[in-house]
Ligand binder design. Structure first.
Ligand SMILES: C[S@@+](CC[C@H](N)C(=O)[O-])C[C@H]1O[C@@H](n2cnc3c(N)ncnc32)[C@H](O)[C@@H]1O
Length: 149
């Protein structure tokens, strides 16, 4: 854990806008972010996984590593995620390229969890992420569920 904090802080020193925080999220935020997500919804797409704080919480909630796809742009975090979650799919890529990379068909995921620093990103990048096929598909399914309820 201390190692994760050091890795995180050094990454922030190198690229503060990308990393967006000086330490990994705490347990309370991880709990809040993952509160509505349940294994019965299906696989999870996690954006900006960092050192895996939200990932850890998802596993505590009963998700299998095989059900997790972790998207991370920072080369310093990718080996940490691969080591800690060898069963998860860890993709070293920009979340703004969800449509152009082989992350699965739209509809492959039941939930998206994001740790992305959207406020420090250029608006064009935020738009590219929010308008990706994966996001559109999820929004559609949430809207259908609400209509049925
Ligand atoms: C605020 S940190 C959150 C990390 C972790 N989820 C947590 O809560 O500790 C933001 C993370 O998003 C990653 N990130 C930033 N821009 C990204 C992008 N365009 N695509 C994928 N990951 C990105 C950063 O490298 C960093 O790991």
């Amino acid at each position: 854990m201390t190692h994760d904090v050091t890795t995180f802080f050094l990454a922030w020193l190198q690229d503060p806008r990308r990393v967006g925080a000086i330490t990994p999220s705490g347990d309370a935020l991880a709990e809040l972010i993952t509160r509505e997500v349940e294994p019965s919804f299906g696989p999870v797409l996690e954006l900006g996984a960092g050192t895996g704080v939200f990932t850890h919480k998802l596993i505590e909630k009963g998700f299998q590593q095989q059900d997790l796809t972790l998207i991370e742009y920072g080369s310093e975090f990718v080996p940490v995620l691969q080591l800690c979650y060898p069963g998860a799919r860890v993709l070293w890529m920009d979340a703004a390229r969800l449509d152009s990379e082989a992350i699965g068909d739209s509809g492959s995921y039941g939930s998206v969890v994001s740790g992305l620093p959207l406020l420090t990103m250029p608006p064009r990048k935020v738009l590219a992420i929010l308008s990706s096929r994966q996001m559109a598909s999820l929004k559609q399914r949430i809207s259908n569920t609400r209509k049925m309820a």
